[in-house]
Design a protein around this ligand. Sequence first.
Ligand code: HEC
Length: 174
Amino acid sequence: MHAKTLLRFLKLLLLCAFCALAANLLSACDYARMKDDEAVNTYREAMPEMPKKAIPIGGGLQELREANPEDLRNPTPATPETVALGAEKYGYFCVQCHGAKADGAGTVGQSFAPLPANLTTAGVRQQSDGLLFYKISLGFARHPPLAATVSVNDRWAIVRYIRSLANSGQIRGG
Ligand code: HEC
């Protein structure tokens, strides 16, 4: 290839780059105008007026973090209905790791080290409702925090369910 042809080719390349840059700048201007577009403005509404005291000032996660777990009382009634609710929710949120028999043999859990706890053992049984609630809410060691996933009421109900297992003695304990 002649040096002249090469030079011409390079000039063309430079021109292309310049055009691309210019096109970019132009489209950037379009973005700036988008806020003035009718299609956008039609849906622009003022935020609703916020009533006073709309922001919760108590009962949040921070309060739980600072609480002494032993002071937490299970607010759910100790009834078969609560245990049934806990069993149902356990089936959504815990079974994949802790297993259908709550013995720690859930399929997902097997990739954890340490393995998920056997929830029917004395080690779990001896802990207060408050401590179990605290641990599953905020997480501990390798345990996921579940406060954002499971509602407060469901967490307490699950604790009742776990305790019912531990007390029933039907399932392998230790
Ligand atoms: C993603 C897997 C996973 C899920 C989901 C899970 N766990 Fe766990 N759980 C574990 C693992 C792993 C451990 C052992 C953690 C450790 O010792 O580091 C454990 C341990 C525990 C313990 C033993 C506490 C102790 O003192 O050693 C309790 C109680 C428990 N889990 C309850 C629950 C409950 C109730 C749920 C559902 C609301 C749940 N877990 C959901 C993996 C899970």
